[in-house]
Design a protein around this ligand. Structure first.
Ligand code: C2E
Ligand code: CA
Ligand code: CA
Length: 770
């Protein structure tokens, strides 16, 4: 439950960090970039491959059209030559044509004209009726009539130019399929006279095309403009006898292709899509078609682009994996650092925020000047150390946890609690302006401590002192706010504990005075401003002087005589008391050496001297260097010394007693006054505190207490000194009550060493009957 405090404010730290966002953005951009790069490269490669393929095809088509064109031009020249010959002979009618061309020499002439031209199989001359007049195949010409031939009809009807390339026909003389180029013969008045044609065996073209070194899945074809296939490689299974219905391609699809070629859909050149180039002959209604199955090109494209796509995929995968791992590491780091952050700001025992966290709260609140007013509470348990020492750390820890919970219960939503360490807690509460408001909250906490804590089945009562400072009223910087809350806490403690005090400026003044006093004390030590006085202590019955209590004095050049009540506590705070205490021991023992041997010297010890652990050595040394017998030394301790880590003090005191030193319990009745101390720690004497003695006559309760103390001392076999006796009445009551020793202004004031020495000569108290 308590952990929530620190967890809450850190929860916002476990979101996605800017680094991770940046990584994923870069990640995505990289992948998109690589993807685009791969796609564009693949597309480019594909386009390049297609372009290259079409280039090969168009140049092949160019070469083939060139080659075929040469044959056709040569053939056309031959045919035109025959026509010119007839014109030059003045052939004007059918009779003259026959007369001129049916002769053997004429036939010789025709043969001569095609002698070097391997691609022309035969020349055939037909008259206007379709009768064959001459053919280079045989002489005389067989009696054929070609009037039914399509090319003849074209020539006769004047459809088309003077030359005409017909679809393949089956030669009636040679038998095989031929391609026939016809030339129209006319009279001088342009009347139809007949036809001279050149036949080329279809296999010639097929062979020409077959010479082309084709890639697999490629086709090269020679077609007429109407799509009729004249020849093709690889060859089509052409029917060598049927000419009525020659195979043809879809001319529109083919001839509609751009100059650079393009993709022909499936069904035009076979069943598949094909990259195709088409070149038309300039002077003949025919074209060369070169094409390759798109699948073959695509295979090639796949071969070149696949590695790129695979490489891209691999790179993307690697990027995703690497950045994924990186991100995970970052997340783990962040979680760990946020855990470390939380741990560094959590008090492990109570789960509350710790000092660091608390300071950070304040810094955050105070950032940029005191914008929000707030109150700062220091909560300190009273006598926690005693509980810890007497009941053990285990119980102490459990008590702290219970206190943490109790405090948490008193919190309001505007307040946050932290444990600063030890038994110190702190609360910051925002929006507090009024001192009364601040105090109400603090009092509520003080009240909450009235209920005892149940620890391991036993009830523990502990009170708390609370110091409060207000921001901005008591300071706007953290240092002064913390210091002032601390001063208020100090005030609460000195005012009697179990209280709450709010800082006020006079506290600061007191603190300042203390600080000045601390400095002056240190100087006093250096300049030897301390000295001792001795107050006599008398035996009750015999009225004889028993010894002196050494009392410390400080004479400051300006302050004058400073009473020990004012400076001992400060010397304890600064630690000066250690050096000072050692000096007192040595000086008092030395002075006592001047007194008669039966007189003791009683020396006050501070709890700080015990805490430091130096006391044993200091006492030993004082006795050694002065030579004072230990039986003449009395050490006055207070109950607060006994409250310190029990066993240690107990064993030190036991050692002192064993060596003959007497132990006196000073100020008895004021502090805890536990009877247990009297039994547990071996004490030689108790000193009834002055406050009881003062009220002895007027207050019956005080008298009752003193009488009870005296009875107790008697039953425990302890000697008893009463101090602060100022009246004879007091002296009478105490001596009657069984007090063994008396001390007070009535009997003798604290005296300088010389005067004390003089007193030892009399050695009887002033009340003694003379
Ligand atoms: P304390 O040990 O209880 O000392 C007794 C105090 O009562 C002394 O005050 C003494 O002068 C005073 N006193 C004695 N008889 C009378 C009396 O009849 N009437 C009144 N009104 N007062 C009387 P002092 O010397 O001012 O010392 C005050 C306290 O300072 C001492 O109380 C003791 O606790 C402490 N102290 C004094 N000297 C030393 C020292 O050397 N070391 C340590 N650690 N503490 C010392
Ligand atoms: Ca004393
Ligand atoms: Ca005393």
């Amino acid at each position: 439950m308590l952990l929530t405090l620190t967890q809450q404010q850190d929860s916002d730290r476990v979101t996605i960090s800017p680094t991770e966002i940046a990584i994923s953005i870069i990640d995505t951009l990289l992948i998109v970039f690589i993807g685009l790069f791969a796609i564009s490269t693949a597309t480019q490669l594909r386009d390049d491959a297609i372009e290259k393929q079409l280039k090969i095809e168009t140049s092949l088509a160019d070469v083939m059209t060139d080659e075929f064109n040469h044959s056709f031009q040569a053939t056309e020249l031959v045919l035109a030559g025959v026509a010119e010959f007839l014109k030059s002979r003045g052939v004007e009618d059918q009779v003259a044509l026959a007369a001129n061309m049916t002769t053997e020499p004429a036939n010789e002439m025709l043969r001569a004209r095609i002698s070097g031209l391997s691609f022309i199989d035969a020349l055939t001359l037909i008259d206007q009726t379709g009768r064959v007049l001459a053919t280079t195949r045989v002489w005389p010409a067989p009696a054929f009539n070609f009037g039914d031939r399509q090319y003849f009809k074209v020539m006769q009807s004047m459809a088309g130019g003077p030359t005409y390339l017909s679809p393949p026909i089956i030669g009636r003389i040679a038998g095989g399929p031929n391609l026939v180029l016809s030339h129209r013969l006319t009279t001088s008045s342009d009347r139809f006279l007949g036809v001279i044609n050149a036949a080329t065996d279809q296999t010639y073209f097929a062979n020409q095309l077959a010479r082309v070194d084709l890639e697999p899945d490629s086709v090269v074809a020679f077609i007429l403009d109407d799509g009729t296939i004249m020849a093709q490689s690889p060859p089509l299974p052409l029917d060598r006898t049927a000419e009525a219905n020659p195979p043809r391609y879809d001319a529109k699809a083919l001839l509609g292709l751009p100059q650079a070629g393009g993709l022909i859909p499936a069904g035009v050149l076979g069943g598949r899509e094909r990259y195709t180039a088409v070149r038309r002959f300039a002077n003949f209604p025919a074209a060369i078609v070169v094409s390759v199955a798109a699948g073959a090109v695509d295979d090639e494209i796949r071969r070149t682009t696949l590695p790129i796509i695979i490489a891209s995929l691999v790179i993307c995968t690697v990027i995703v994996i690497v950045t994924g791992l990186w991100g995970r590491q970052l997340r783990r780091d962040r979680q760990q650092s946020s855990l470390r952050y939380r741990q560094a700001r959590t008090d492990t025992m109570t789960g509350l925020a710790n000092r660091l966290c608390f300071v950070e709260w304040l810094e955050r609140l105070n950032k940029g000047g005191p914008a929000t007013p707030f109150a700062l509470y220091f909560v300190d348990l009273d006598y926690f150390k005693t509980i810890n020492d007497t009941l053990g750390h285990d119980i102490g820890d459990k008590l702290l946890m219970a206190v943490a919970e109790r405090l948490t219960e008193t919190l309001t939503p505007d307040a946050k609690l932290a444990r600063l360490g030890g038994d110190e807690f702190a609360i910051v509460r925002t929006g507090v302006v009024e001192e009364a408001d601040a105090l109400r909250f603090a009092d509520a906490m003080v009240t909450a401590f009235r209920r005892p804590f149940l620890i391991d089945g036993q009830q523990l009562s502990v009170s708390s002192s609370i110091g409060v400072s207000l921001c901005p009223r008591d300071g706007s910087d953290l240092v002064s706010l913390l210091k002032n809350a601390d001063l208020a806490l100090f005030k609460a403690k000195t005012d009697g504990r179990g209280l709450a005090r709010v800082f006020s400026s006079d506290l600061a003044q007191v603190a300042e005075t203390r600080r000045k006093l601390q400095i002056d004390l240190e100087e006093a030590w250096e300049h030897g401003q301390f000295y001792l006085v001795y107050q006599p202590i008398f035996e009750t019955g015999s009225h004889r002087l028993s010894g002196f209590e050494a009392l410390l004095r400080w004479r400051h050049p300006e302050r004058g005589e400073v009473p020990p009540d004012q400076f001992i506590a400060v010397a304890e705070e600064t630690g000066l008391i250690i050096r000072l205490g050692a000096w007192v021991l040595e000086k008092a023992c030395a002075d006592a050496m001047n007194w008669p041997d039966r007189l003791f010297v009683s020396i006050n010890l501070s709890p700080v001297q015990f805490r430091d652990g130096a006391i044993e050595a200091q006492v030993k040394r004082a006795l050694e260097i002065t030579g004072l017998p230990s039986r003449r030394l009395e050490l006055e301790i207070t109950e607060s010394i006994l409250l310190q880590t029990g066993n240690e003090v107990q064993s030190i005191l036991a050692k002192f007693r064993a060596s003959g030193i007497s132990i006196v319990l000073d100020d008895f009745g004021t502090g805890y006054s536990s009877l247990r101390y009297l039994v547990d720690f071996k004490i030689d004497r108790i000193k009834v505190d002055r406050c009881f003695v003062v009220d002895l006559v007027d207050k019956p309760e005080s008298k009752a207490i003193v009488q009870a103390i005296l009875a107790l001392a008697a039953s425990l076999g302890l000697k008893c000194t009463a101090e602060g006796i100022e009246t004879e009445e007091q002296a009478a009551i105490l001596s009657q009550g069984g007090c063994s020793h008396l001390q007070g202004y009535l009997l003798g004031r604290p005296l300088p060493p010389d005067t004390a020495l003089d007193l030892t000569a009399e050695a009887r108290d002033p009340l003694a009957p003379s």
